[in-house]
Design a protein around this ligand. Structure first.
Ligand code: GN1
Ligand code: MG
Length: 361
């Protein structure tokens, strides 16, 4: 249902992307608005004029992001650094009253970015060039942000990739789940318990904290439509401090597994060695910033990240799909099963990854 409220004495339908456009400092034109269905959290729209995409408009999920000021502040701080001859800078479009986003009320927040022209994103790939390019751009993102002071970045979601925190949420979900769901997810629950036991002694120790993207899945990288050069990373909502192996693991899990995150046929889940080596090749071109200890931790990230995402999906399934947008009731369960299938593949390839990494770095 549309909810009419007032912004600066003007009424706006806070659910309607068309209605919020007038509050952004862009040329007034008859844009066509197309919803982009990807993404589990925000609502995203592309603004097209004359068939060309010009802007990205997003309604932020205020339930997931409880402090949108902090989130936007992190992005605002990161963007000036993310600019280089080999990194396409994206810009935030300010509102007509010169704010970084449109806050209608606490739960209705919209923001707009420039669209990267002639760019494309891929959910999965079989192409070694894409894997090389993905490695390069993730390395570039980190080298550029190395210049930014750490203390200006605040957590947008605390404990985001913290295994102990995710395990606690999982335990709570077990306590409140229906017997049906517990039965349906029996195998996945066992896998979590076993793997948590195995990772009990995981300790990032004195690895350096870096400004991470924290969601470096393949489809958050834009490539040039013509020559497949990687241009930049998008979806900067979780730019905050973390360990490099988070970004490494998220990229690898979505590149070397050539199937989607909710693939039901687990026999299709891959660990494609050519793609892994290509990714490492690309990353090694922009990896001077990495310490020895970080390099040693890279394979661990490939096991950790799909496992953490799997626990989060399973927790959400047990809680009744309250966090992620789902298109069917058991989607979160399918996601966790496929993520766990990849976690197992990663575990089988730990020595192999270490060997490739030692050779290339
Ligand atoms: C969520 O909405 P999207 O797809 O950008 C999630 C990520 C996961 C991703 C897919 C804030 O991101 O952590 O990698 O789904 N983002 C948040 O698993 O929870
Ligand atoms: Mg995201």
């Amino acid at each position: 249902m549309a909810c009419w409220i007032s912004v600066d004495r003007i009424s706006v339908d806070s659910n309607d992307p068309n209605a919020v456009l007038q509050y952004f400092s862009i040329e007034r034109k008859d844009y066509i608005i197309q919803q982009i269905s990807q993404g589990y959290i925000n609502d995203t729209y592309a603004l097209l004029f004359d068939g060309f995409p010009c802007y990205i408009l997003q309604r932020l999920n205020a339930q997931v992001f409880s402090n949108i000021d902090v989130l936007m502040q992190n992005i605002h701080c990161a963007l000036p650094y993310l600019n280089d001859k080999n990194y396409h800078q994206i810009s935030l479009i300010r509102t007509i009253d010169d704010k970084p986003y449109l806050k209608i009320n606490k739960s209705d927040c919209w923001r707009m970015f420039t669209m990267v022209p002639d760019s494309v994103a891929f959910n999965t790939t079989q192409d070694g060039v894409i894997a090389v390019e993905a490695g390069k751009i993730i390395g570039k993102f980190h080298s550029l942000l190395q210049e930014a002071p750490l203390d200006i970045f605040k957590d947008t979601i605390s404990g985001f990739h913290d295994l102990t925190f995710r395990a606690k949420q999982f335990e709570e979900a077990l306590g409140s789940a229906t017997p049906d769901k517990l039965k349906e997810a029996e195998e996945a629950i066992l896998f979590v318990k076993m793997t948590l036991e195995e990772l009990r002694f995981y300790d990032p120790g004195n690895l350096p904290l870096r400004i991470c993207h924290n969601d470096t899945k393949l489809n958050n990288i834009l490539f040039d439509k013509e020559d497949n050069r990687a241009l930049c990373l998008i979806d900067l909502d979780t730019v905050m401090l973390g360990y490099f192996h988070y970004d490494f693991g998220d990229a690898v899990r979505t590149i070397v597994n050539t199937e989607s995150e909710d693939e039901k046929d687990l026999s299709k889940i891959t660990f494609n060695k050519e793609l892994f080596e290509a990714f490492i090749d690309g990353l090694s071109k922009n990896s001077d910033f990495l310490t020895k200890a970080e390099i040693q931790h890279l394979p661990f990230g490939v096991k950790l990240m799909p496992f953490i995402h799997g626990i989060r999906a399973l927790t959400d399934y047990l809680k009744g799909n309250v966090y992620y947008k789902v298109t069917y009731e058991t989607q979160n369960l399918d996601r966790c099963l496929s993520l766990f299938a990849f976690t197992k593949k990663a575990a089988e390839h730990m020595d192999y990854m270490q060997e490739v990494i030692i050779k290339k770095f």
